[in-house]
Structure formats: structure tokens, C-alpha cells
Design a binder for this molecule. Structure first.
Ligand code: GCU
Length: 616
């Protein structure tokens, strides 16, 4: 009998544990619900002060044997008596602002690479007939999210949004969320351990609680069909239905109102005949109000309609050839030395690009925050958006490829309705090898499958043959898979002096549009000397003059995004006085000084814009 009893006791305990694991796994499986157009939804901002615990040894997660201690998160422990041992506790004094990197908020965290635990209390007034989600604009680099003490999901990647359903965990009144953010670099990460930018950690973008009806509009894609001016195509995806539903799309400014019926899982492809649309372009950044409604859910967006394609070595915007007068930009406010995240940050950076005479920006080397994309769209700036497949990625690692594909998909999911984005970039300066080619080809297939309307590229490299340093060759196996041939070159900075530009010839045997995605030189703003003195404004100014004269001779040249709009922080730049932790290739210094080279590029773009041969 005893054996029998102990059998049932054991059985009961095991079944409880397995139930917990299943429910936990079920919650974990309920991972990432991408919500397009977050600012068009019913959200409560969780921005502001979050309590934090700096935890370099992840003591909130592992015990002294480095076993997961089951603590797994920091409970809101209330000390009931003085004999109680509590070692992890959030306090009102230790806080960080969200959104925001931790490096620029606390001198102790300037170089910090490790875990910080974040905690935020929040109230929900009414939970009846609602579904609730928690949405993060981004967190660098690996996050684990807990709501009211239960793990709801994890995310890897520092530059794309993630969102978890928390309906079953939320109580009326007081709730709390805890997030473990770890920005440690790792060899198989995306990016890997070596980057020429600051490894800003933390909840770097907005955080929201999102309220949705039981059945709601989760996702939609509404763009002109490739190479068409009279067909709007895409899809609408509902969440929470098991039967066919009606979905209505209205574009009042184009006198469009059309209803579609979804399949039983809430998905429908859409196709809407249109005529005489006012096409989005840098000269006419027209955005239409678009309403998507279904049942008792209705969402409003602003969408621009344009076409982008290539024809031989031309880039064709709305049927006309265009020259991309661009500049590269990191997601950093140089005056504050921190991650850029706000609309004001975006307006400052993109305002400088407009002042330079740009119609195009390369948002390097990772997806920037959505404010940058939406502001570029309003300002009439076309955008190159990049996945952080940067330099020496762990090409043969399947998990690394899955990570890169996921980050690319999340970027496309978020921005696929933005007229400003014309190019998805698969990476930057990756060394040619069979494994790398396979990796990039796989990525490009994900991009083409997810969004067939935009162009594909990558910032590749050029090379010279032994004994012939003046013949610059662009030849890359991945070039056969891109629409636009883009490459970086630093002739006159890393390779010889600026005068070398006048001596080289280019060998580019591709009948494709060419964009020079990087050239440049460092200059300490305000440091003046002769034009052969490195780090002087005069050296950088002469480099730009020599580069532009050289590049003009490339017959397929259809754009450039010189490196870079602003000085930016980099742990690799350690030369005292001249660098001091900053990469100085900016045309604008971290004190806001426009260097002499700024005006060289501005004049070139003014000439280009005046030349009638290319679309403005
Ligand atoms: C590379 C790289 C950039 C880097 C730049 C530089 O081309 O793409 O991320 O900052 O060179 O050396 O300044």
C-alpha cells in the first residue's frame, strides 16, 4: 500500500511540474507577435524611470554553482522580518531612463557589457474583453521578459522590435514587468564581437502595453505592385479569429474603399485598382491616410506610394532615373554621445542630411528606430536599411544564420509599408568565402520572399591584384544576387594619400547601378593644418574633392553615401587627442561643427541637383 501511495505522490508531483513546464513552454511558444504600426494602436507608454539592478555576474539568474537558481527574476520582495535574507531588491533610487542606452546615463556603465535588470510597475484599469501585449521597440542585445513574475519570452538582436501577449498574466490594478537585458558581445552573434561602433546596452527604444480587441488587425502590407502605377497589392492578417471575416481598406485621398473577406485564419491577399495617385518622391513626399478596419478594430496609417526598380545601370524611381545623393548615418545623437531614439533626434540628424542636399540616407549598420524611418518618409529621404551582418560573422553556424534571418524579417515586418525604404542591405564588408556567399544568398532569399517590391544590396568591397595597385576591381560572387552593386573604398585614407584617387582606374564588369557606400577620412573638428596633415579638416576636405573627381568617372555610378554624417563613438578609436573613443570621419563633429568637407559634398550635390539629366 505504502509503495502505491508513494507512487501516486510522485506521480502527482511530476504531473504538477510537467504542467508548469508545459504552461511555461506554452507561454514561451506564444513568443513574438509582430504588431505593425505600433503608434497607430491603443498603447500605454511605459517610458520613463525603470528601477534597475546592475548584475555583471547574473546573480539574479544563476547560483554559486552557475546553475539557474530558479530565481530567474527579481521578485518584488517585501522584507517581512530582519532575519530574512534578501539579496536582490529593486529600489526607487537606482533607476535608468527608458528609452535610452545605459552607457550614457551612468559613468559606471560607460563601458559596461553585461546584464542589467529593469523593473517597471504599471496599472491596468480594465481588462474585460481585451487582449494585452507588451511591446519593445528594441533592446540590445539579448532580453528575457517577465510579467508579474512569469517568464513570457526572450529576444535576441539589438535593433528590431519584439512583442509578447500577456493577457493571461495581467491583473486589474497593479502589475509589474521585469526585463533582463544583456549586451555582451559573442562570436556567433549578429553582429559578432568586432564592430566599429559603441556597444550601447539597454532598453534603447520605447516600451508600450498594447490593448487589442479579442480579434484584431495584427499585420498588413499595402504598397504599389512592383513596376505598376495602377495596382495596390499586399495582405491583411487578423489575429484571434477562426472564421472568415470582412476587412475594409479606405484611402480617402485616392477615393478608395474596398472590402475583402479573409480565410478562416484571418488572412487575405489584397489587390486594389488605383489611378492618378500622387506618387511619393523626395520632391513630393506625399503620404495618404490609410484606414484598415475589421469588426470593432480600426487602425490608421500614413502610407506613401511609389515604385522602385533598376534598368541596366539606372535606378528607376516612379519611372525615372534617379541619382542617390546620400550620406551614411549611425543611430547616435553625437551632441549627447548616446543612442538616438526620439523624433527630435531623427529631425536633427535627417535635417543635417537635407542641409547637405541629400535625397537618400544609408542607415548603418543595423535597423534604426522607427522615428528615423517615419521622419525620413516625411522629409522625402529615400533609405538604405541594413541588417547587422558585419565583418567576420560566424558564417558556418546555423544558429547565426537563423538569428540574421530573424532580424532581417523583423526589420521588414516593421518597415515594409514605408515608401522611404528602397533598399534592403544584407550586410557590410563581409570577407568573400563559400560559407559567406551561402549565408548572404540565404538572407537575400528571405528579403525577396518577404518583400518583392524593394531592391536588394550589400556594402561589399573592392580589391586590387598583386603588383597592380592602381586597377581597382569590384568582383564579388554575391554581386549576381543584388539589384544594386554597392561597395566601400577608402582610397586616400586607409590606402595611400588623396592624390592616389587621380591615378586609379576602376574595373567594374557589371551592368548594374553602382553606389559607393563608404569613402572618407578622419578629421578632428576645428583642427586646421595643411592638406597632407592627417586628422586635419584640410586633409578631409582634399580627400572629398579627390574622391568625387575620381568617382564621377565610373559610368555606372548612380549614388553615394560617404562615411559619415557625424562623428560617432567607437571603442576601437583610442588615439589620444584626435580620437579619444570617437571615429572622426563625420562631416559634422560631436560638437556640431560642420567641417570643411561638409561644404565640398554639399556643393557637389547642388551641382548634381541642378543637372537636368537625373531626377531630383
Ligand atoms: C568600414 C566600416 C565602418 C567603419 C569605417 C571606418 O568601412 O564599414 O563601420 O566605421 O570603415 O573605418 O571608419
Amino acid at each position: 500500500m505504502k509503495n502505491c501511495k508513494s507512487f501516486y505522490t510522485t506521480y502527482y508531483i511530476l504531473s504538477v511540474i510537467s504542467l508548469l513546464i508545459v504552461s511555461n513552454a506554452a507561454i514561451l511558444k506564444a513568443q513574438n507577435v509582430p504588431l505593425v504600426n505600433i503608434t497607430g494602436r491603443n498603447t500605454t507608454s511605459l517610458d520613463g524611470d525603470w528601477q534597475i539592478i546592475i548584475d555583471p555576474y547574473e546573480s539574479g539568474f544563476y547560483d554559486y554553482r552557475h546553475k539557474e537558481s530558479g530565481n530567474g527574476f527579481f521578485r518584488n520582495e517585501i522584507q517581512t522580518d530582519k532575519t530574512q535574507l534578501i539579496e536582490y531588491k529593486f529600489t526607487k533610487e537606482h533607476v535608468l531612463k527608458v528609452p535610452g542606452d545605459w552607457n550614457s546615463q551612468d559613468p559606471k556603465l560607460f563601458y559596461y557589457e553585461g546584464t542589467v535588470w529593469y523593473k517597471k510597475d504599471f496599472k491596468i484599469k480594465n481588462i474585460l474583453d481585451k487582449r494585452l501585449f507588451i511591446y519593445f521597440g528594441a533592446a540590445n542585445y539579448e532580453s528575457i521578459v517577465y510579467v508579474n513574475g512569469t517568464k513570457v519570452g526572450t529576444h535576441i538582436g539589438g535593433f528590431t522590435p519584439f512583442c509578447f501577449e500577456i493577457t493571461s498574466l495581467i491583473k486589474k490594478g497593479n502589475n509589474f514587468v521585469v526585463v533582463k537585458v544583456d549586451n555582451k558581445r559573442n562570436m556567433s552573434g549578429v553582429p559578432t564581437i568586432m564592430t566599429d561602433w559603441w556597444n550601447y546596452g539597454g532598453l534603447t527604444r520605447d516600451v508600450y502595453v498594447v490593448e487589442e480587441p479579442k480579434t484584431f488587425i495584427q499585420d498588413y502590407f499595402i504598397q504599389l505592385k512592383k513596376n505598376s502605377f495602377d495596382q495596390v497589392e499586399g495582405f491583411v492578417k487578423l489575429n484571434g479569429t477562426t472564421s472568415k471575416q470582412n476587412v475594409k481598406i479606405e484611402i480617402p485621398g485616392a477615393k478608395i474603399e474596398k472590402t475583402f473577406e479573409t480565410n478562416a485564419s484571418g488572412y487575405v491577399n489584397i489587390n486594389i485598382p488605383v489611378e492618378n495617385l500622387s506618387l511619393w518622391s523626395p520632391g513630393n513626399p506625399k503620404l495618404y491616410k490609410v484606414f484598415v478596419s475589421s469588426g470593432n478594430d480600426k487602425i490608421e496609417d500614413r502610407i506613401g506610394f511609389r515604385t522602385i526598380s533598376t534598368n541596366g545601370s539606372n535606378i528607376i524611381l516612379n519611372g525615372k532615373s534617379v541619382f542617390l545623393r546620400g550620406i551614411s548615418i549611425h543611430e547616435e545623437n553625437p551632441l549627447k554621445g548616446r543612442r538616438a531614439y526620439s523624433i527630435k533626434d531623427a529631425e536633427m540628424l535627417l535635417g543635417w542630411a537635407k542641409e547637405l542636399g541629400c535625397n537618400f540616407v544609408r542607415l548603418a549598420h543595423y535597423p534604426h528606430n522607427e522615428n528615423m524611418i517615419r521622419t525620413a518618409e516625411k522629409m522625402g529621404l529615400m533609405v538604405w536599411e541594413e541588417t547587422p551582418v558585419y565583418w567576420t560573422i560566424d558564417w558556418k553556424n546555423k544558429n547565426t544564420l537563423a538569428n540574421a534571418e530573424n532580424q532581417l524579417s523583423e526589420a521588414i515586418e516593421r518597415d515594409k509599408n514605408s515608401a522611404s525604404i528602397i533598399i534592403w542591405s544584407m550586410g557590410n564588408e563581409t570577407p568573400v568565402s563559400d560559407a559567406r556567399n551561402k549565408f548572404l544568398i540565404a538572407l537575400s532569399k528571405v528579403a525577396r520572399k518577404t518583400d518583392g517590391t524593394r531592391l536588394i544590396s550589400a556594402a561589399m568591397e573592392k580589391h586590387t591584384n598583386e603588383g597592380d595597385p592602381l586597377t581597382q576591381i569590384v568582383q564579388d560572387p554575391f554581386a549576381d544576387y543584388v539589384d544594386v552593386l554597392a561597395f566601400n573604398e577608402y582610397i586616400g585614407w586607409y590606402e595611400g594619400l588623396p592624390v592616389k584617387c587621380s591615378k586609379v582606374k576602376w574595373k567594374i564588369n557589371y551592368e548594374k547601378p553602382v553606389i559607393i557606400t563608404e569613402f572618407g577620412a578622419d578629421a578632428l573638428g576645428g583642427y586646421h593644418a595643411d592638406k597632407l596633415t592627417r586628422f586635419s579638416e584640410e586633409y578631409q576636405e582634399d580627400l572629398y574633392k579627390q574622391q568625387i573627381s575620381m568617382l564621377k568617372k565610373i559610368p555606372q555610378l548612380r549614388g553615394m553615401t560617404p562615411w559619415i554624417l557625424c562623428d560617432f563613438r567607437s571603442p576601437r578609436r583610442v588615439l589620444p587627442y584626435f580620437e579619444d573613443g570617437w571615429n572622426r570621419k563625420g562631416l559634422i563633429s560631436n560638437k556640431g561643427i560642420k567641417k570643411k568637407a561638409f561644404y565640398v559634398l554639399q556643393n557637389y550635390y547642388k551641382e548634381l541637383k541642378a543637372s537636368s539629366s537625373l531626377l531630383k
